[in-house]
Design a protein. Structure first.
Length: 182
């Protein structure tokens, strides 16, 4: 009897999921670099990547993709929006980074249960993910600059942008699912 290699033991669906998790982690890193620099929180396209990872990969897969992204930062890669690597975990925007995992999970969980192929369901799930991100990120930011300033600088400037990102994510989610599962 000859031993099976690891590749033959992992089924095709698992291989696709791992590749998709890596893809969405890389997408989150890439979208961190597309930004409008505001202080203390820049506007990036990361929210789009985060909620899309949840919509496409589901709760666990989306959260795994965001954990993979945080792992890149943890090992010192400067893939965060401010290009500071591990120091990002100790700055005023760290709550948003940690919130990525929770937001992707919430988006995916809602999508899995209520929006299997429905655009409105995907849109609501994406909005819920963005709101989750605001709650986690602004809570951390408020510990540094107070609640009023956290709202003014960490939530209010992002609402319209994130509404647009939710529209885009809901619009491409089904196509992305098809692409990954083909």
């Amino acid at each position: 009897m000859h031993a099976k290699t690891l590749t033959t033991q992992i089924n095709k669906n698992t291989q696709r999921l791992v590749a998709a998790v890596i893809f969405f982690a890389a997408l989150t890193a890439l979208t961190a670099q597309i930004k409008i620099q505001l202080v203390p929180v820049p506007i990036t396209l990361q929210t789009l990547a985060v909620v899309l990872s949840g919509l496409v990969l589901g709760a666990r897969g989306g959260a795994a993709a965001q954990l993979a992204y945080l792992s890149m930062i943890a090992i010192g890669l400067p893939v965060d929006a401010n290009n500071i690597g591990q120091a990002a975990f100790f700055g005023p925007t760290a709550g948003y980074l940690f919130g990525f995992v929770i937001a992707a999970y919430v988006t995916g969980w809602l999508s899995e249960r209520f929006a299997t192929t429905n655009w409105w369901g995907h849109f609501v799930a994406a909005l819920a993910g963005a709101i989750t991100l605001y709650i986690v990120g602004a809570s951390w930011l408020a510990a540094v600059i107070g609640w009023q300033n956290a709202w003014l600088f960490g939530v209010a400037p992002f609402i319209l942008w994130d509404l647009g990102k939710a529209i885009v994510a809901a619009s491409v989610a089904e196509s992305a699912k098809y692409w990954i599962n083909r």
